[in-house]
Design a binder for this molecule. Structure first.
Ligand SMILES: NC(=O)c1ccc[n+]([C@@H]2O[C@H](COP(=O)([O-])OP(=O)(O)OC[C@H]3O[C@@H](n4cnc5c(N)ncnc54)[C@H](OP(=O)(O)O)[C@@H]3O)[C@@H](O)[C@H]2O)c1
Length: 294
């Protein structure tokens, strides 16, 4: 099976490339041959890779910057995502597209299901929600995976920022009133490979198609996430760092974020038999990987 992923340096793209085996080829297509802001580059670049499945992991992911660049976020996250899905349809292959917990407003008091009403609070969330629609419209053979709070040894993410800040600080203020599910890019990548195999094996199974939530098991706050990272780092010999819980109101950002963006992942478990590990064990593994320099 040839899985082609959009983007080369992204967290998820890098994690997918690490899943290559003798039976599964992973091919990353990046900006050199395909720029999401040049729509005409998308279909030829994807066709040349002869994919069995396309994973659209490339996106405009700068959540705060998107407030000032909403049109650009829409070009990349909605228009280009639709073009990737259309290219997949032309090649007669499924598309697995990544979306976000930020399609929800966070006012619910329990984890969100796929059928819950969407109401993004920020430009990034609006662009990703629009992308879900362009993808679904362009290719009925699609899986849209909404995930959340991605971290990995690659690129920029909260876990890496905490480890970096912890090198020079004894105390860090972290938001403690926003709840979500930290998710390891490596765990998403493993699930995507399994999903791709099942889509290929059952091309006519409608139950396997549609929108699914895919996030680390369990939930926490940003402060709880930071605390876990620092505890694991200390267990491995780093100095202790004190997490001071603050409110989101005390940490203003350009983009508003939902207070609750926990995702209920039961549908993925029921349909695909997949459930991601507890977020803590995967976070420990990521800290270990980063601290060992692997
Ligand atoms: N990060 C999170 O916490 C989070 C949470 C929920 C959902 N998601 C979604 O999950 C997916 C993967 O996220 P991630 O964290 O892996 O993202 P990431 O690390 O920010 O990587 C984004 C990728 O998109 C590519 N890209 C951006 N603009 C492009 C353009 N104009 N043309 C071509 N490629 C372009 C980048 O290319 P280069 O390699 O050239 O830089 C990079 O490979 C995205 O759909 C994101 O919206 C992320």
């Amino acid at each position: 099976m040839r899985i082609v992923v959009t983007g080369t340096k992204g967290q998820l793209a890098q994690s997918l490339l690490a899943c290559e085996t003798a039976d599964i080829s992973l091919i990353a297509v990046g900006r050199v041959s395909m720029d999401f802001e040049k729509l005409q580059t998308i279909a030829p670049a994807l066709a040349s890779t002869q994919p069995d499945v396309i994973v659209n992991a490339a996106a405009y992911t700068a959540v705060d910057q998107a407030e000032a660049e909403e049109a650009r976020a829409f070009r990349i996250n909605a228009t280009a995502a639709g073009a990737v899905a259309a290219a997949a349809r032309k090649l007669n292959v499924p598309i697995i597209h990544l979306s976000t917990d930020y399609v929800f407003d966070g006012r619910a008091d329990k984890p969100y299901r796929e059928t819950d009403a969407t109401a993004p609070l920020n430009a990034y969330g609006r662009s990703k929600l629009a992308g879900e629609k362009t993808v679904a419209t362009a290719n009925p053979d699609h899986v849209i995976l909404r995930t959340s709070w991605i971290y990995s040894p690659f690129g920029q993410n909260f876990l890496k920022t905490m480890l970096r800040l912890g090198e020079t600080r004894d105390e860090i203020n972290v938001v403690a009133d926003q709840y979500g599910c930290p998710t390891a890019a490596a765990d998403i990548a493993g699930a995507i490979v399994a999903i791709a195999s099942m889509l290929r094996a059952k091309p006519d199974d409608a139950r396997l198609r549609g929108t699914f939530h895919l996030a680390g098991s369990g939930d926490t706050t940003w402060a709880g996430f930071a605390q876990t990272v620092f505890e694991e780092a200390a267990r491995r010999g780093r100095k202790r760092v004190n997490v001071v819980p603050i409110t989101a109101a005390e940490y203003p950002t350009a983009a508003a974020r939902p207070d609750n963006s926990r995702l209920n992942c039961d549908k993925l478990s029921e349909v695909y038999g997949l459930r991601l590990p507890d977020w803590r064990s995967s976070a420990h593994a990521c800290v270990a990987q980063l601290m060992s320099g692997a």
